[in-house]
Design a protein around this ligand. Sequence first.
Ligand code: FMN
Length: 374
Amino acid sequence: MSLDALFEPLTIGSLEIPNRVIMAPLTRARADERHVPTPLQGEYYAQRADAGLIISEATAVDPLGMGWYRAPGIWSDEMTTAWKAVTDHVHAVGGRIYCQLWHMGRLVLPDYIGGQRPIAPSPIAGEGETMAPPPDDYQGGFLPMKPYVVPREMTEGDIGQLVAAYGQGARNAMRAGFDGVEVHGANGYIIDQFLQSKSNHRQDRYGGSVENRVRLLQEIIDAVTAEVDPARVGLRVSPTSERKGMGDSNPAALTEAIGRLAQQSGLAYIHLIEPIASGFMEKPDYPVIDRLRSVFSGTIIQNGSFDGPAAGEAIAKGQADAISFGRPYIANPDLVTRLRRSLPLAEANFDYAYVGEERGYTDYPAFSASGCCV
Ligand SMILES: Cc1cc2nc3c(=O)[nH]c(=O)nc-3n(C[C@H](O)[C@H](O)[C@H](O)COP(=O)(O)O)c2cc1C
């Protein structure tokens, strides 16, 4: 039965995991207002520790790359120490957790960075709007929305600082007790802004050809792998995503360039967002996962709109090695058990996805046959 494939152990780089159910990174905004992680996050991740591997929520490596109220950072000693309490909590119950290293680039509103313009490869705004910081009389609940702004084109000096921030973030993550790191190259954030042709109009060695557009990623991977064994480094990408004004003239060629780079750098895994049904992101007309497979021999984690049987089938037929689950993890802390036993899944209340405290975060119960949960 193909569902069984999901529960076979796997070695990702140098990490052994007991099953192939990966918890996808989920921004949940439960750090404090200074972006320092809280004990509540430790409780939340520990509840989900029977995942083969937890990828943490996106965690900013630099204040200029942080544009999300109460999302966590990892640029300071205080943040690093606070993360250590979270990873200790996960390890105490037998789990494994990687830190997703993040910089939002053009998707940071000036409101978060003292009125400055955000940085990006080119002065092209993201499409749409995002949550602004709370007003002075904020009582909780939904945050006001504001459109993205035209960013400032990065100089080579800015690029050097960005690369160094990723290196420092990776070093801090290991000091914080994470088992490894995942470089966030997906979802229209700064690395993706360099990778995809629609957001990168640079005329220098960081823009134009695919080889030039992957250069920033290579420099970041070099900085990260100088701090962390590449066998404990993964990369998340979404080369077919068109969300937030993204787009590429040739996603298949871009995917191959990313895969070759990861192969040469000895990365443990690539985490590809390539949904099998539209939802968080549109299902692509031309999937690229086979192109990735042709150039990358490490682990491939696929993400996007999977349920248990579809995940088992994708692994059984060799399309992916593991599958990550995002939205199902919000309301199902015991997702591994539910998938294994084909139990019903609870529905998440998205009113609390990005705001709040315990409610809609740590108060979803494990399945009980005596009636709960759906
Ligand atoms: C509430 C929420 C927060 C998310 N935060 C992140 C994040 O921090 N980093 C990231 O790479 N993706 C993030 N995503 C995307 C998910 O990791 C995942 O790609 C998406 O939910 C699709 O997978 P699913 O169909 O299993 O939910 C987020 C998605 C949701 C719904």
